[in-house]
Design a protein around this ligand. Sequence first.
Ligand SMILES: Cc1ncc(COP(=O)(O)O)c(C=O)c1O
Length: 423
Amino acid sequence: MDAHSFIEFLNKPFQERLSSQYVFYQEQLKKGFMTGRMGSAPVDKHMAYKDLYSDAFHEVLVFGSNSYLNLSTHPYVVEKVCDAVRRYGVGTGGSPAFSGYTRQHHELELRLAKLAGHEDALLLPSGYVANLCWVNGLMTRNDVLLYDKHSHASVINAIKMTGVQFYPYDPDNLTAFAQLIKEVRSRRGDVQIFATVEGVRSNDGSVIELQTLLDLCQQENIFVILDDAHGVGVLGEQGWGTLEHLNLLGRADMRMSTCSKALGAQGAWVSGSRQAISYLRAYAKPYVFTTALAQPTVAAIQAALDVLENEPERRQRLHQNRQSLAKALTAAGFRVGETQSGMIPVYLPDGLAGRFNQRLYERGLFVNVMEYPMVAPGTERLRFSLMADHTQADMDRALAITCETAREFGLHVTATSDLAALC
Ligand SMILES: Cc1ncc(COP(=O)(O)O)c(C=O)c1O
């Protein structure tokens, strides 16, 4: 759906919206689009998906998972989880503010706080909830939030739910950001300003230049929250994320990250000063009123952190893979965006990304597609996500399928499927 049709759709009466969405969904199913697929087997680089409409099975090579380090199936992690199930069972039966908080949660929170150079942290059921948690818990309607215009949907929804005053900004244009701060100050006087930014941009994998932004915010007494969902485990010498990578550990006032991507599990955390975290424990409804993470999940996160420490070669392999594939796609003639993380964005001509992605899938390659309204019209792209366990042969195959598909759509590629020859 393009931007114009989407706005028209949103303006329809409720019943009409329901029925037209349903028709749209059925068409998507017929075409075998994302929402109409059901995976089987562990989440890994090879998966089988069943098309819900046709019942057909597709064996695919996965270049679209956030499990960058393949920790969700790591034998050590699996063993620790099984052990935790036997010891603690499978659920906590209460919110952390009531009966669900245990020593295991506490120990993990302290370990996670250290990753950002902070004093304390709190655990939440997902990254989505973690973003709701800090917006809803820290801010009131009198506060102002300057948000990265590329922010994840969870931040945008949190803003709407909390009713806080908000202004978007572009972290790549800090002159305009400084001007925006001035305008807010002149209009709103001494109001408390918060700013949020993604360390690794989730829709293209680029790393934000944080130093100047953090300096400016410190100067202006702005409270900064970093969303490092795609940075933790991937960036930095120890895998502690964007702040470590940029030598800025401890510099953001608060950081959220998820355990569902490089750490291969589920859940998320928000870290900050002892005071700020204590404030959230008291006032953040998405923390107080939801059940604490199950202990096997806590064990999975602890085990993933052990692997992060003990097997740095996984991160190195991930980066080598990303560099090799990005180089090969560029050499083949694709428009590849600048990236230092676990993702590679590939820009396609207007209106092509969805159809292109569908053909990749039919040929046995699973890649994510970013289309409007996820990204601005005219910037649609494929997003390849790399894994540490991808081999040279996997990348050869991904490149060959992508080139074959490009030729089908009449795009000029000078492809060779021999990736090794290019690198
Ligand atoms: C930047 C960013 N923040 C937050 C989230 C939400 O994390 P989770 O999947 O753990 O809810 C995501 C997930 O896609 C993300 O990309």
